[in-house]
Design a protein around this ligand. Structure first.
Ligand code: ZN
Length: 392
Protein backbone atom coordinates (compact mmCIF):
# COMPACT_ATOMS: atom_id res chain seq x y z
CA UNK A 1 0.00 0.00 0.00
CA UNK A 2 1.23 3.47 -0.68
CA UNK A 3 -0.01 5.19 2.41
CA UNK A 4 -2.84 4.53 4.79
CA UNK A 5 -4.27 6.20 7.84
CA UNK A 6 -5.79 4.65 10.97
CA UNK A 7 -8.30 7.28 12.06
CA UNK A 8 -9.57 8.04 15.55
CA UNK A 9 -8.66 4.79 17.28
CA UNK A 10 -7.33 3.69 20.67
CA UNK A 11 -3.59 3.02 20.42
CA UNK A 12 -1.33 0.98 22.69
CA UNK A 13 2.05 2.16 21.45
CA UNK A 14 4.28 -0.29 23.34
CA UNK A 15 4.28 1.79 26.52
CA UNK A 16 0.86 3.35 27.16
CA UNK A 17 -2.69 3.58 25.88
CA UNK A 18 -4.21 6.71 24.34
CA UNK A 19 -7.68 7.20 22.88
CA UNK A 20 -8.67 9.14 19.73
CA UNK A 21 -5.34 8.70 18.00
CA UNK A 22 -4.27 8.63 14.39
CA UNK A 23 -1.50 6.50 12.86
CA UNK A 24 -0.18 7.23 9.39
CA UNK A 25 1.68 4.51 7.50
CA UNK A 26 3.74 5.00 4.35
CA UNK A 27 4.71 1.74 2.66
CA UNK A 28 6.46 -0.37 5.34
CA UNK A 29 6.92 2.34 7.99
CA UNK A 30 4.90 4.34 10.47
CA UNK A 31 5.46 7.99 9.60
CA UNK A 32 3.21 9.90 11.98
CA UNK A 33 1.31 9.30 15.22
CA UNK A 34 -0.67 11.72 17.35
CA UNK A 35 -4.15 12.91 18.25
CA UNK A 36 -6.53 12.29 15.36
CA UNK A 37 -7.78 15.87 15.65
CA UNK A 38 -4.30 17.07 14.72
CA UNK A 39 -3.71 14.69 11.81
CA UNK A 40 -1.40 16.12 9.15
CA UNK A 41 -2.55 16.93 5.62
CA UNK A 42 -0.96 13.67 4.33
CA UNK A 43 -3.41 11.71 6.47
CA UNK A 44 -6.36 13.19 4.59
CA UNK A 45 -4.83 12.11 1.28
CA UNK A 46 -4.10 8.59 2.56
CA UNK A 47 -6.45 5.66 2.25
CA UNK A 48 -8.36 5.45 5.51
CA UNK A 49 -8.30 2.05 7.15
CA UNK A 50 -11.82 1.01 7.92
CA UNK A 51 -13.34 -2.30 8.81
CA UNK A 52 -13.76 -3.84 12.23
CA UNK A 53 -11.57 -3.07 15.21
CA UNK A 54 -11.14 -0.12 17.52
CA UNK A 55 -7.76 -0.63 19.14
CA UNK A 56 -4.36 -0.77 17.47
CA UNK A 57 -1.24 -2.37 18.97
CA UNK A 58 2.24 -3.20 17.70
CA UNK A 59 2.50 -6.72 16.27
CA UNK A 60 3.06 -9.15 19.14
CA UNK A 61 6.52 -10.64 19.70
CA UNK A 62 6.90 -14.23 20.89
CA UNK A 63 10.46 -14.68 22.16
CA UNK A 64 10.37 -18.47 22.42
CA UNK A 65 8.96 -20.85 19.82
CA UNK A 66 9.97 -24.09 18.12
CA UNK A 67 8.58 -23.79 14.60
CA UNK A 68 9.53 -27.34 13.60
CA UNK A 69 7.24 -28.83 16.27
CA UNK A 70 3.44 -28.83 16.12
CA UNK A 71 2.49 -29.09 19.79
CA UNK A 72 1.65 -32.80 19.62
CA UNK A 73 1.25 -34.80 22.81
CA UNK A 74 4.29 -37.00 22.24
CA UNK A 75 7.14 -34.57 21.70
CA UNK A 76 9.82 -37.29 21.52
CA UNK A 77 7.96 -39.24 18.82
CA UNK A 78 7.51 -36.08 16.76
CA UNK A 79 11.21 -35.30 17.17
CA UNK A 80 12.29 -38.77 16.09
CA UNK A 81 11.01 -38.29 12.52
CA UNK A 82 12.33 -34.78 12.05
CA UNK A 83 14.70 -33.84 9.20
CA UNK A 84 15.77 -30.33 8.12
CA UNK A 85 13.38 -30.45 5.15
CA UNK A 86 10.46 -31.62 7.27
CA UNK A 87 11.34 -29.02 9.93
CA UNK A 88 11.18 -26.25 7.33
CA UNK A 89 7.89 -27.56 5.90
CA UNK A 90 6.25 -27.80 9.31
CA UNK A 91 7.70 -24.42 10.19
CA UNK A 92 6.12 -22.90 7.09
CA UNK A 93 2.68 -24.09 8.22
CA UNK A 94 3.27 -23.07 11.85
CA UNK A 95 4.57 -19.61 10.91
CA UNK A 96 1.18 -18.65 9.48
CA UNK A 97 -0.52 -19.46 12.77
CA UNK A 98 1.56 -16.77 14.47
CA UNK A 99 0.54 -14.15 11.91
CA UNK A 100 -3.12 -15.11 12.21
CA UNK A 101 -2.90 -14.44 15.95
CA UNK A 102 -1.25 -11.04 15.63
CA UNK A 103 2.32 -12.27 16.17
CA UNK A 104 4.61 -10.57 13.65
CA UNK A 105 8.01 -11.46 15.17
CA UNK A 106 9.22 -14.68 16.80
CA UNK A 107 12.49 -16.04 18.11
CA UNK A 108 13.00 -19.73 17.36
CA UNK A 109 14.98 -21.21 20.25
CA UNK A 110 16.05 -24.51 18.76
CA UNK A 111 15.01 -26.11 15.52
CA UNK A 112 16.14 -27.68 12.30
CA UNK A 113 15.47 -26.16 8.91
CA UNK A 114 14.45 -22.91 10.60
CA UNK A 115 17.40 -20.72 9.62
CA UNK A 116 16.47 -21.50 6.00
CA UNK A 117 12.79 -20.82 6.72
CA UNK A 118 13.66 -17.46 8.32
CA UNK A 119 15.51 -16.51 5.15
CA UNK A 120 12.62 -17.62 2.95
CA UNK A 121 10.16 -15.51 4.95
CA UNK A 122 12.53 -12.53 4.81
CA UNK A 123 12.80 -12.94 1.03
CA UNK A 124 9.02 -13.08 0.65
CA UNK A 125 8.98 -16.69 -0.57
CA UNK A 126 6.45 -17.73 2.08
CA UNK A 127 4.38 -15.66 4.51
CA UNK A 128 5.30 -15.62 8.19
CA UNK A 129 6.43 -13.50 11.09
CA UNK A 130 10.04 -12.29 11.01
CA UNK A 131 12.06 -15.05 12.64
CA UNK A 132 15.15 -14.65 14.81
CA UNK A 133 16.52 -18.21 14.67
CA UNK A 134 18.90 -19.66 17.24
CA UNK A 135 19.82 -22.64 15.05
CA UNK A 136 20.63 -25.56 17.33
CA UNK A 137 20.40 -25.07 21.08
CA UNK A 138 23.58 -25.82 23.02
CA UNK A 139 23.40 -28.42 25.79
CA UNK A 140 25.86 -30.48 27.84
CA UNK A 141 26.55 -34.08 26.90
CA UNK A 142 23.44 -35.99 27.97
CA UNK A 143 21.71 -32.72 28.87
CA UNK A 144 18.13 -31.57 28.31
CA UNK A 145 17.16 -31.74 24.65
CA UNK A 146 20.11 -33.90 23.56
CA UNK A 147 17.81 -36.61 22.24
CA UNK A 148 15.36 -34.49 20.27
CA UNK A 149 17.48 -33.27 17.39
CA UNK A 150 17.24 -29.53 18.06
CA UNK A 151 20.23 -29.30 20.39
CA UNK A 152 23.93 -30.08 20.01
CA UNK A 153 26.03 -31.44 22.87
CA UNK A 154 29.07 -29.44 23.82
CA UNK A 155 31.37 -29.40 26.87
CA UNK A 156 34.08 -27.00 28.00
CA UNK A 157 34.63 -23.28 27.55
CA UNK A 158 36.62 -23.54 24.31
CA UNK A 159 34.19 -25.99 22.75
CA UNK A 160 31.15 -23.91 23.57
CA UNK A 161 32.82 -20.77 22.21
CA UNK A 162 33.47 -22.63 18.96
CA UNK A 163 29.89 -23.95 18.88
CA UNK A 164 28.55 -20.39 19.22
CA UNK A 165 30.74 -19.31 16.29
CA UNK A 166 29.54 -22.25 14.22
CA UNK A 167 25.88 -21.50 14.90
CA UNK A 168 26.43 -17.87 13.93
CA UNK A 169 28.28 -18.94 10.78
CA UNK A 170 25.27 -21.10 9.91
CA UNK A 171 22.98 -18.08 10.23
CA UNK A 172 21.85 -18.03 13.88
CA UNK A 173 20.67 -14.57 14.97
CA UNK A 174 20.35 -15.63 18.62
CA UNK A 175 22.03 -18.21 20.85
CA UNK A 176 20.20 -20.65 23.11
CA UNK A 177 21.93 -22.27 26.09
CA UNK A 178 20.33 -25.12 28.03
CA UNK A 179 21.51 -24.16 31.51
CA UNK A 180 19.52 -26.74 33.48
CA UNK A 181 17.58 -29.96 33.02
CA UNK A 182 14.11 -29.84 31.53
CA UNK A 183 10.61 -31.22 31.66
CA UNK A 184 10.59 -32.95 28.27
CA UNK A 185 13.80 -35.01 28.51
CA UNK A 186 13.44 -38.25 30.46
CA UNK A 187 16.26 -39.17 32.82
CA UNK A 188 17.32 -35.67 33.88
CA UNK A 189 15.82 -33.63 36.70
CA UNK A 190 14.23 -30.36 35.63
CA UNK A 191 16.26 -28.35 38.12
CA UNK A 192 19.64 -30.07 37.46
CA UNK A 193 22.43 -27.51 36.91
CA UNK A 194 24.05 -28.09 33.51
CA UNK A 195 26.79 -25.78 32.22
CA UNK A 196 29.53 -24.45 34.51
CA UNK A 197 29.85 -20.67 35.04
CA UNK A 198 32.99 -20.75 32.84
CA UNK A 199 31.09 -22.37 29.97
CA UNK A 200 28.20 -19.92 30.28
CA UNK A 201 30.54 -16.93 30.38
CA UNK A 202 32.50 -18.10 27.30
CA UNK A 203 29.32 -18.64 25.27
CA UNK A 204 27.69 -15.35 26.28
CA UNK A 205 30.86 -13.31 25.74
CA UNK A 206 31.28 -14.79 22.28
CA UNK A 207 27.63 -14.30 21.28
CA UNK A 208 27.63 -10.70 22.50
CA UNK A 209 30.79 -9.93 20.54
CA UNK A 210 28.75 -10.86 17.42
CA UNK A 211 25.79 -8.79 18.69
CA UNK A 212 23.65 -11.87 19.24
CA UNK A 213 21.36 -12.01 22.25
CA UNK A 214 21.49 -15.12 24.43
CA UNK A 215 18.56 -17.03 25.90
CA UNK A 216 19.10 -19.48 28.73
CA UNK A 217 16.68 -22.31 29.32
CA UNK A 218 16.79 -22.46 33.13
CA UNK A 219 14.36 -23.93 35.65
CA UNK A 220 16.40 -24.54 38.84
CA UNK A 221 17.67 -21.71 41.03
CA UNK A 222 21.38 -22.51 40.75
CA UNK A 223 21.30 -22.64 36.94
CA UNK A 224 19.22 -19.46 36.73
CA UNK A 225 21.58 -17.53 39.00
CA UNK A 226 24.68 -18.70 37.13
CA UNK A 227 23.15 -17.69 33.79
CA UNK A 228 22.10 -14.28 35.12
CA UNK A 229 25.52 -13.59 36.65
CA UNK A 230 27.19 -14.67 33.38
CA UNK A 231 25.18 -11.94 31.60
CA UNK A 232 22.48 -13.81 29.71
CA UNK A 233 19.82 -11.59 28.05
CA UNK A 234 16.69 -13.67 28.72
CA UNK A 235 15.92 -16.51 31.12
CA UNK A 236 13.32 -18.88 29.70
CA UNK A 237 10.99 -20.75 32.09
CA UNK A 238 12.76 -19.19 35.11
CA UNK A 239 10.75 -21.18 37.66
CA UNK A 240 12.77 -21.15 40.89
CA UNK A 241 13.22 -17.45 41.59
CA UNK A 242 14.98 -16.77 44.90
CA UNK A 243 15.06 -13.25 46.38
CA UNK A 244 18.70 -13.00 45.24
CA UNK A 245 17.79 -13.99 41.67
CA UNK A 246 14.92 -11.49 41.51
CA UNK A 247 17.22 -8.74 42.78
CA UNK A 248 20.02 -9.56 40.31
CA UNK A 249 17.65 -9.80 37.33
CA UNK A 250 15.98 -6.51 38.19
CA UNK A 251 19.32 -4.75 38.68
CA UNK A 252 20.79 -6.09 35.43
CA UNK A 253 17.64 -5.73 33.34
CA UNK A 254 17.64 -9.45 32.51
CA UNK A 255 14.38 -10.42 30.84
CA UNK A 256 12.23 -13.24 32.22
CA UNK A 257 10.09 -15.36 29.88
CA UNK A 258 7.89 -17.48 32.13
CA UNK A 259 6.51 -19.83 29.40
CA UNK A 260 3.34 -20.50 31.40
CA UNK A 261 1.71 -21.96 28.27
CA UNK A 262 4.37 -24.67 28.05
CA UNK A 263 4.20 -25.60 31.72
CA UNK A 264 0.40 -25.73 31.86
CA UNK A 265 0.13 -27.44 28.46
CA UNK A 266 1.95 -30.39 29.99
CA UNK A 267 0.82 -30.15 33.64
CA UNK A 268 -2.82 -29.82 32.59
CA UNK A 269 -2.88 -32.79 30.20
CA UNK A 270 -2.43 -35.80 32.43
CA UNK A 271 -3.05 -39.01 30.50
CA UNK A 272 -2.29 -37.29 27.19
CA UNK A 273 1.23 -35.78 27.48
CA UNK A 274 3.99 -38.29 28.41
CA UNK A 275 3.65 -39.36 32.07
CA UNK A 276 7.27 -38.50 33.02
CA UNK A 277 6.79 -34.96 31.67
CA UNK A 278 3.40 -34.47 33.35
CA UNK A 279 4.89 -35.47 36.72
CA UNK A 280 7.84 -33.08 36.35
CA UNK A 281 5.63 -30.21 35.17
CA UNK A 282 3.03 -30.63 37.92
CA UNK A 283 5.80 -30.55 40.52
CA UNK A 284 6.84 -27.10 39.24
CA UNK A 285 3.50 -25.27 39.00
CA UNK A 286 3.37 -23.78 42.49
CA UNK A 287 7.02 -22.69 42.37
CA UNK A 288 6.42 -21.16 38.95
CA UNK A 289 3.50 -19.09 40.27
CA UNK A 290 5.53 -17.95 43.29
CA UNK A 291 8.50 -17.13 41.05
CA UNK A 292 6.27 -15.06 38.77
CA UNK A 293 4.86 -12.98 41.62
CA UNK A 294 8.29 -12.52 43.25
CA UNK A 295 9.81 -11.38 39.95
CA UNK A 296 7.02 -8.88 39.29
CA UNK A 297 7.30 -7.41 42.77
CA UNK A 298 11.08 -7.06 42.39
CA UNK A 299 10.65 -5.16 39.12
CA UNK A 300 12.09 -7.85 36.84
CA UNK A 301 11.40 -7.07 33.18
CA UNK A 302 9.34 -9.65 31.31
CA UNK A 303 8.93 -10.88 27.75
CA UNK A 304 6.26 -13.05 26.15
CA UNK A 305 7.73 -16.53 25.64
CA UNK A 306 5.27 -19.30 24.83
CA UNK A 307 7.65 -22.17 23.98
CA UNK A 308 5.06 -22.95 21.26
CA UNK A 309 5.50 -26.37 19.69
CA UNK A 310 5.68 -28.18 23.03
CA UNK A 311 2.73 -30.47 23.93
CA UNK A 312 -0.69 -28.75 23.79
CA UNK A 313 1.00 -25.41 23.20
CA UNK A 314 0.12 -24.46 19.61
CA UNK A 315 1.81 -21.84 17.48
CA UNK A 316 0.07 -18.47 17.69
CA UNK A 317 -0.36 -18.94 21.44
CA UNK A 318 1.09 -15.54 22.45
CA UNK A 319 -2.34 -14.03 23.28
CA UNK A 320 -2.93 -16.85 25.76
CA UNK A 321 0.53 -16.42 27.28
CA UNK A 322 -0.17 -12.71 27.82
CA UNK A 323 -3.48 -13.60 29.47
CA UNK A 324 -1.75 -16.27 31.62
CA UNK A 325 0.90 -13.78 32.79
CA UNK A 326 -1.95 -11.48 33.85
CA UNK A 327 -3.91 -14.30 35.52
CA UNK A 328 -0.81 -15.15 37.56
CA UNK A 329 -0.46 -11.59 38.84
CA UNK A 330 0.93 -9.21 36.23
CA UNK A 331 -0.71 -5.88 35.42
CA UNK A 332 -2.27 -5.98 31.92
CA UNK A 333 -0.25 -2.96 30.78
CA UNK A 334 3.01 -4.64 31.86
CA UNK A 335 2.02 -7.85 30.06
CA UNK A 336 1.40 -5.89 26.84
CA UNK A 337 4.76 -4.12 27.19
CA UNK A 338 6.33 -7.57 27.65
CA UNK A 339 4.74 -8.83 24.42
CA UNK A 340 5.81 -5.80 22.36
CA UNK A 341 8.52 -3.28 23.32
CA UNK A 342 10.39 -5.61 25.70
CA UNK A 343 10.41 -8.41 23.13
CA UNK A 344 11.94 -6.10 20.53
CA UNK A 345 14.67 -5.05 22.95
CA UNK A 346 15.41 -8.65 23.95
CA UNK A 347 15.65 -9.67 20.29
CA UNK A 348 17.78 -6.63 19.41
CA UNK A 349 15.37 -5.43 16.70
CA UNK A 350 15.13 -1.69 17.35
CA UNK A 351 12.44 -0.86 14.75
CA UNK A 352 9.62 -3.17 15.90
CA UNK A 353 7.54 -3.48 19.07
CA UNK A 354 6.34 0.13 19.22
CA UNK A 355 3.98 2.40 17.34
CA UNK A 356 6.03 5.51 16.64
CA UNK A 357 7.41 7.33 13.60
CA UNK A 358 10.21 5.35 11.96
CA UNK A 359 9.03 1.97 13.27
CA UNK A 360 8.09 -0.85 10.92
CA UNK A 361 4.34 -0.93 10.36
CA UNK A 362 3.73 -4.21 12.21
CA UNK A 363 0.21 -3.58 13.51
CA UNK A 364 -2.75 -5.48 14.92
CA UNK A 365 -6.34 -4.27 15.12
CA UNK A 366 -8.64 -5.54 17.90
CA UNK A 367 -12.26 -4.93 18.83
CA UNK A 368 -11.31 -3.63 22.28
CA UNK A 369 -8.26 -2.19 24.02
CA UNK A 370 -6.36 -5.30 25.20
CA UNK A 371 -5.11 -3.47 28.30
CA UNK A 372 -8.76 -2.94 29.30
CA UNK A 373 -9.91 -6.36 28.06
CA UNK A 374 -7.03 -8.83 27.49
CA UNK A 375 -9.40 -11.48 26.08
CA UNK A 376 -9.74 -9.27 22.97
CA UNK A 377 -6.21 -10.49 22.08
CA UNK A 378 -7.73 -13.86 21.20
CA UNK A 379 -9.29 -12.36 18.09
CA UNK A 380 -7.01 -10.25 15.93
CA UNK A 381 -9.34 -8.49 13.48
CA UNK A 382 -6.60 -7.46 11.05
CA UNK A 383 -2.82 -7.81 10.98
CA UNK A 384 -0.14 -5.90 9.06
CA UNK A 385 3.51 -6.84 8.75
CA UNK A 386 5.86 -4.27 7.23
CA UNK A 387 2.77 -2.30 6.19
CA UNK A 388 1.29 -5.18 4.18
CA UNK A 389 -2.06 -6.55 5.29
CA UNK A 390 -1.75 -10.21 6.21
CA UNK A 391 -4.39 -12.62 4.98
CA UNK A 392 -5.71 -14.37 8.07
ZN1 ZN B 1 11.77 -24.23 24.26
Amino acid sequence: MASSYFADITVFDGARVRAHQGVLVDRDRIVWTGPHARAPRDARAAREVGGPGRALTPGLIDCHVHLCFDGRADFAAEAAGLTPALGAIKGTVNARKHLANGVTTVRDLGGIGIIELAGAIEAGVVPGPRVTPAGSALTITGGHGHSIGIARQVDGADAIRRAVREEIRAGALAIKLIATGGVLTPGIGATFTAFTPEELTAAIEEAHSWDRGVAAHAIGAEGILQAVLAGVDTVEHCVQVTPRIAKEMAARGTFRGPTISALMGIAGNEGKAPAYAVAKAQALVEEAKAGHVRSIRAGVRHICSTDAGTPFNPHGNAPNEVIAMIDWGMEPLAAMVAATANGAEALRIPDVGRIAPGMRADLVLYDADPVEDPTSLREARAVWKDGARVRI
